[in-house]
Ligand binder design. Structure first.
Ligand SMILES: Nc1ncnc2c1ncn2[C@@H]1O[C@H](COP(=O)(O)OP(=O)(O)OP(=O)(O)O)[C@@H](O)[C@H]1O
Ligand SMILES: [Mg+2]
Length: 501
């Protein structure tokens, strides 16, 4: 026992000496350092019973951070913040908390299953005469893990996996969630061509504040919860860990708001995929591969994004159309920027082809105002697993708005609103607009908002009745013309696009 303790003590001293030696070497002239290190390494390896693993900041090229390094950094931020004496602080999630990590040239000791290990954080600055515009880019950081060779198996088999798992979980807790787009403008971050660009995602939408049928809301929350915790289940049934949602309904019913609420609920990033900005199927594949786990990939207004309503491959165009096209784009002329060649089969592949199996924990959400226009193949169950209709505001929905916007749980005017909502269609976006207080003082203001809403409902009802009268009239006219055997062209319903079934 004593022997064991003294060996451990000796080990600790040697490791500390090694660390000290590493520090001193940084300040020696390069030639001298090389000469000494070649020989000292040989001598040390006879007596030194420790193994060192280094984790470099950059992998391969200088532009991509090593995932291992980043994960270890997160792990050490939690594991070492109490033990290291020199720490570095940075802004974390939501810019509200500070994330503390060990500073350069700092060392901490850690114990895992009774085994002692040492982590050190190192920085090398090449001593060249080159003048760099960005001096910090020349710095080269790395972590070193030191442990006794008898613990090799434990470290390789258990400890490193533990560090990676913990580090990833900590990184998720500390990260700022991001909203990515593939249709970049110069204000967005990111430097490679075709790469996703992002801004920090800070939408305040929550399910609590979403106005919709409470039962339906509960069902969606349960579904999301099951998906988030479904890693083992998806593995068991042999399915890629992803799920498709189709949100449909008229404009202003809360589809985009629901996506934000989902992202906040799951704590996922959002990838807003602009299909018209994707050159072809290959680029679509590439974009998909670049998305991270724990994310929602959104294609808004899928029916308008591409000609996806029909056949899987684009059909050959009729000759006249081709001529027309040639006139618009003479050979050599620059085509329109949004001339996407993404096909329906490319998109289907993107959702559930082989490539979709890379990585997991992704939701794919399509939104549309015209579900009837979409190809059934695109939205069949298995691809779009859950179809959610968002429709006109109900009285239950109104109560959510009243509570959020006006802090009202009840009011004498509620009953009148309930009766009117039963016979009049009103969009949630319109309710939201009417209940937005004109000033943020006093209860009287809340009442005037409710009165505004009642007036709006009355006007909407009058318009609805007028539209019905007009439709009846036009039908009668058609009938009478038909009886007089006059050939007429059918009247198109211009409002059909915004109608809900
Ligand atoms: N169900 C809802 N619950 C809470 N707020 C809503 C709801 N529906 C609409 N709103 C409000 O109306 C505004 C517009 O809603 P949103 O953009 O989510 O509609 P949408 O269905 O995505 O419309 P579009 O089809 O035009 O994209 C939101 O900013 C939100 O304030
Ligand atoms: Mg929307």
């Amino acid at each position: 026992m004593l022997m064991q303790t003294s060996w451990t003590g000796l080990g600790t001293s040697i490791a500390s000496l090694m660390f000290l030696w590493t520090m001193i070497r940084k300040y020696l002239p390069r030639q001298f350092d090389l000469y000494i290190s070649t020989y000292t390494h040989k001598i040390f390896s006879y007596f030194y019973p420790y193994i060192e693993i280094t984790f470099q900041e950059y992998s391969g090229n200088r532009f991509s951070h090593s995932k291992a390094y980043t994960t270890i950094k997160s792990y050490l931020s939690a594991a070492t913040s109490e033990r290291a004496r020199k720490l570095k602080a940075d802004v974390g999630k939501d810019s509200s908390n500070l994330v503390v990590t060990m500073d350069d040239h700092e060392q901490v000791t850690e114990e895992f299953k009774g085994v002692k290990l040492w982590w050190s954080s190192n920085k090398k600055t090449p001593r060249t005469q080159t003048i760099s515009f960005y001096p910090a880019q020349d710095e080269h950081r790395y972590f070193t893990l030191t442990f006794h060779h008898r613990d090799r198996r434990l470290v390789m088999d258990c400890y490193l996996a533990h560090v990676m798992e913990e580090g990833k979980a900590i990184a998720v807790r500390n990260r700022q969630r991001k909203l990515y787009t593939n249709n970049r403008s110069k204000n967005w971050s990111g430097y490679k061509k075709n790469e996703w660009s992002y801004v920090v995602f800070e939408h305040p939408a929550t399910f609590e504040r979403l106005a919709m049928d409470p039962e339906k809301k509960e069902e969606i929350i349960d579904d999301l919860e099951a998906f988030k915790n479904g890693k083992d289940y998806y593995e068991k049934i042999g399915k890629a860990w992803k799920r498709g949602y189709l949100l449909y309904g008229p404009p202003g019913t809360g589809k985009s708001t629901m996506i934000s609420a989902m992202a906040n609920f799951l704590d996922y990033d959002v990838y807003d995929l602009e299909l018209t900005a994707v050159k072809d199927n290959t680029e679509l594949k590439k974009l998909f591969i670049e998305t991270s786990n724990k994310s929602i990939i959104v294609v808004e207004d899928i029916d308008c994004s591409l000609d996806l309503s029909g056949k899987r491959e684009k059909e050959e165009k009729p000759k006249e159309e081709e001529e027309e096209e040639k006139k618009k784009h003479p050979p050599g002329a620059k085509k329109e920027e949004h001339d996407s060649k993404v096909t329906l089969s490319g998109l289907l592949n993107f959702i559930d082809g082989l490539w979709s199996a890379c990585g997991g924990e992704r939701l794919i959400i399509f939104t549309t105002n015209h579900v009837e226009k979409l190809d059934p193949a695109l939205i069949r169950r298995g691809r779009m697993d859950k179809h959610i209709e968002l429709s006109y505001c109900t009285f239950e929905g109104f109560k959510v708005f009243a509570k959020n916007y006006l802090d009202l749980e009840s009011h004498p005017l509620f009953e009148r609103i309930r009766l009117m909502m039963e016979i009049t269609k009103i969009l949630p976006a319109d309710v939201a607009e009417k209940l937005m207080p004109k000033s943020f003082k006093g209860k009287r203001n809340a009442e005037s908002c409710l009165e505004d809403l009642i007036q709006f409902l009355q006007e909407a009802k009058a318009k609805e009745e007028e539209a019905i009268q007009l439709e009846l009239k036009s039908k009668e006219e058609i009938k009478s013309k038909e009886n007089g055997s006059v050939e007429i062209t059918p009247i198109e319903n211009g409002c059909a696009n915004r109608e809900v079934k």
